[in-house]
Design a binder for this molecule. Sequence first.
Ligand code: ADP
Length: 287
Amino acid sequence: MNAALSQAAPGAVERPEATVHAGGRATVRAPLPGAPASKVEAQDVSVFYGQKQALYDVALGIPERAVTAFIGPSGCGKSTFLRCLNRMNDTIEGSKVVGRITLDGKDVYDPSLDVVTLRARVGMVFQKPNPFPKSIFENVAYGPRIHGLARKKADLAVIVEAALRKAGLWDEVKDRLDETGTGLSGGQQQRLCIARAIAVSPEVILMDEPCSALDPIATARIEDLIDELRRNYTIVIVTHSMQQAARVSQKTCFFHLGYLVEEGPTQEIFTNPRDKLTQDYITGRFG
Ligand code: ADP
């Protein structure tokens, strides 16, 4: 948590009337006419790490085949909420998620739901590129193989090529598929991780600050890729960069101290925020 935030106790920040936090609702705009349906819906989601509450009654919808950005100061709960969407928080000891999250209307926390299948449908790309210490080919082939998506070796090769093409990496690696994935540049490694996520045909791709370890050129490449991928995938990106949120997303959700303060079409959030906290954040008054 940064210094400004660590000094600011909840309630110490001046909030305008429009903001109704504890147990209330964020400032939410009506969907634009023709806006895509929500792929993921969250209702009253609270998350606890032991005694500590990290998220309070978050309710929001993630539109299908669009990019949704989560912004807000460090420690406000963006990654925590992202991890709820494919139950990655289940892997954190002492964490507890309450409320309801649905994917295509089905409860993702239903005990009968197969978490492995859920995580194939809702893939994840992390902050630091994390290819396996295996060949480029094997990095991408791993998922389809364990999910039984290819019966023959030739089928696997087709899936790997298609995923690498969609991730914009094929031309750079097609002659060296047997070389190790960790030998690629940082930006290429991140595109390899995106190919790895794509290879199991996900519907949703969660990206947790996917460019924070990359230089500006590699970042621009990933942003272009995200813009292309949204035609086929529902994408949620956590970013500390407001410029990045403005460039790549169609919907933005602003979190602060565990609350969802405001959500809406990205252009409106950045040009006409309704909540004073959002306005202060996007104009750089804190964060
Ligand atoms: P952001 O992504 O906005 O930086 P996080 O979701 O990482 O915020 O963190 C939200 C709050 O939850 C912070 O106070 C953080 O310290 C706490 N937190 C996050 N992960 C854990 C964890 N694994 N164990 C305990 N507390 C955690």
